[in-house]
Design a binder for this molecule. Structure first.
Ligand SMILES: Cc1cc2nc3c(=O)[nH]c(=O)nc-3n(C[C@H](O)[C@H](O)[C@H](O)COP(=O)(O)O)c2cc1C
Length: 213
């Protein structure tokens, strides 16, 4: 009897472990050529407006290109698409919130690591147009890559500077693909921390809803 209970308990534990094993997604190669020229993009750069923010779906190829623009590896793996202090590894992480879950962009493998399979749109924002966007990027400090800068004002400034460069790259790449973005600091911070499963000092900096026009 005791043995049977032990076997049953093991089966239940295996099922529980399998059910929380989330799926990672290898992203397709990002677009690295073509598109509108940089000066033409700058001339028309604009944030998607709150009143009529587009709701069109974003393909995995488009998301791949926007994430790579935001902080992908370039120069054959020797650098990044944005400048970073002290030649450090990027110290701002990018999460992609989609209807099918929450994902962390893993730069080195150019993949998405699934953090949860929950639809968290209604939890993380009070803005209806953000809830209706197909994808929201969330930029978060990565204190594990900040070294001695972590927790210091200078570290905070560096992180915000990086998030600004990253989001501007994302704006321009998105616009070239016919996708609108909007840089926003308003979010439900406690819910974001909970749903992204942030640990320690990692702090959400800004969000970027995306929608195809
Ligand atoms: C630091 C910063 C914080 C912002 N926060 C918000 C925000 O919380 N909500 C919002 O709707 N827009 C936010 N915006 C977007 C601006 O309102 C938007 O860029 C502005 O309306 C100018 O429009 P444009 O980008 O088309 O020139 C923010 C922009 C910046 C630079």
């Amino acid at each position: 009897m005791r043995r049977m209970i032990l076997v049953l308990l093991s089966v239940v534990m295996v099922i529980a472990m399998v059910s929380v094993a989330y799926a990672d997604v290898k992203l397709p190669e990002p677009q690295k050529e073509g598109g509108d020229a940089i000066f033409a993009l700058l001339e028309k750069r604009a944030s998607g407006t709150r009143g009529d923010f587009p709701k069109g779906e974003i393909s995995i190829e488009e998301l791949s290109s926007i994430l790579w623009a935001a902080t992908g590896a370039n120069r054959g793996g020797k650098g990044w698409t944005v400048p970073l202090a002290g030649g450090k590894e990027p110290y701002v992480k990018v999460y992609a919130v989609k209807r099918d879950g929450v994902f962390l962009y893993e730069r080195k493998g150019h993949s998405l690591k699934e953090i949860s399979n929950k639809n968290v749109f209604a939890d993380i924002t009070g803005d209806g147009f953000v809830r209706d966007a197909p994808v929201v990027l969330i930029f978060v400090t990565d204190t594990s890559n900040m070294g001695s800068m972590s927790g210091m004002n200078a570290g905070n400034a560096l992180a915000h500077t990086a998030a600004g460069a990253m989001s501007q790259n994302a704006y321009l790449a998105a616009d070239s693909l016919g996708i609108s973005a909007r840089y926003m600091v308003s979010m439900k911070t406690d819910a974001v921390k909970r749903e992204l499963k942030l640990s320690g000092e990692d702090t959400p900096l800004c969000i970027l809803p995306l929608g195809k026009r």
